[in-house]
Design a protein around this ligand. Structure first.
Ligand SMILES: CC(C)(COP(=O)(O)OP(=O)(O)OC[C@H]1O[C@@H](n2cnc3c(N)ncnc32)[C@H](O)[C@@H]1OP(=O)(O)O)[C@@H](O)C(=O)NCCC(=O)NCCS
Length: 217
């Protein structure tokens, strides 16, 4: 799985991801009865330069989103994972990564609000060392962040670099496969080049696995 920071041009996939959530998941994520319009407004209001929006990807599909919205004294966190991908520690990994981003941006304190019946979110917050307080239907988890260690900093650097390059490798391979299998999408001259490349690659790469590795790297 790839986790990486999302950019301004990825607002559309984030919106689609949230719009696909059921009413129950929307209640847990946004705390209330949330319409499609409210979700659209929320995503339109995200500031990708000020907020940290992380995406978890399975191949090129967005399967989880974590948000860090900075406030004057503390920053708010929020999470959502695609229903069929839950209970695989994706939420936990998003939490770990977003806390490093929070430390990187000098945030001393983070919190997350959730309905008190949200057991996975409560557990995720507790595992991350946050203190959870419950007041009726609402729970509030918060934690002070220690300074970033040198080890975390170097791990962050490596993870960021690999996440982006892995994702673009995946994207390249998926785009290539979709072009190669949908001839009508390609103009004739591109089609000719694709055909020549397909013939060349199936001859050279299939017969020599080390060359295939070289080609993909
Ligand atoms: C909360 C959410 C992000 C967790 O995502 P996830 O990928 O399933 O999280 P994880 O797999 O890391 O699981 C978190 C922990 O909760 C536990 N858990 C899962 N379902 C549980 C349940 N019904 N009761 C108790 N614990 C549960 C998991 O076992 C896991 O603990 P473990 O690592 O010790 O096994 C996901 O459930 C979700 O998207 N919910 C809808 C939106 C939401 O509630 N957002 C949170 C408010 S901002």
């Amino acid at each position: 799985m790839i986790i990486r920071k999302l950019r301004q041009h990825e607002r559309g996939p984030v919106k689609d991801f949230y719009l696909a959530l059921s009413h129950e998941d929307r209640r847990k994520r946004f705390r209330g009865i949330i319409s499609d319009e409210t979700i659209s407004m929320h995503v339109d209001g995200l500031d990708f330069s000020q907020h940290t929006i992380l995406g978890a990807f399975k191949q090129a599909q967005l399967i989880g989103v974590a948000e860090l919205v900075p406030g004057a004294e503390e920053s708010e966190l929020a999470f959502a994972v695609r229903p069929d991908m839950r209970c695989r520690r994706i939420g936990t990994r998003l939490m770990e990564r977003i806390l490093v981003h929070a430390k990187m941006s000098g945030k001393g304190k983070v919190f997350v609000k959730f309905p008190s019946d949200n057991a996975p979110m409560r557990w995720m917050a507790q595992k991350a060392g946050m203190v959870v307080r419950t007041d009726g239907d609402e729970s509030y988890a918060s934690g002070e962040l220690p300074a970033l260690s040198a080890e975390e900093l170097s791990r962050w650097f490596m993870q960021e670099a690999f996440a982006h390059s892995d994702y673009f490798n995946v994207l390249g391979i998926e785009r290539w496969e979709s072009l190669a299998t949908q001839p009508r999408l390609a103009a004739p001259q591109i089609r000719k080049t694709l055909d020549e490349f397909t013939t060349w690659s199936s001859h050279h790469l299939n017969s020599n696995p080390s060359q295939r590795r070289e080609h993909r790297s």
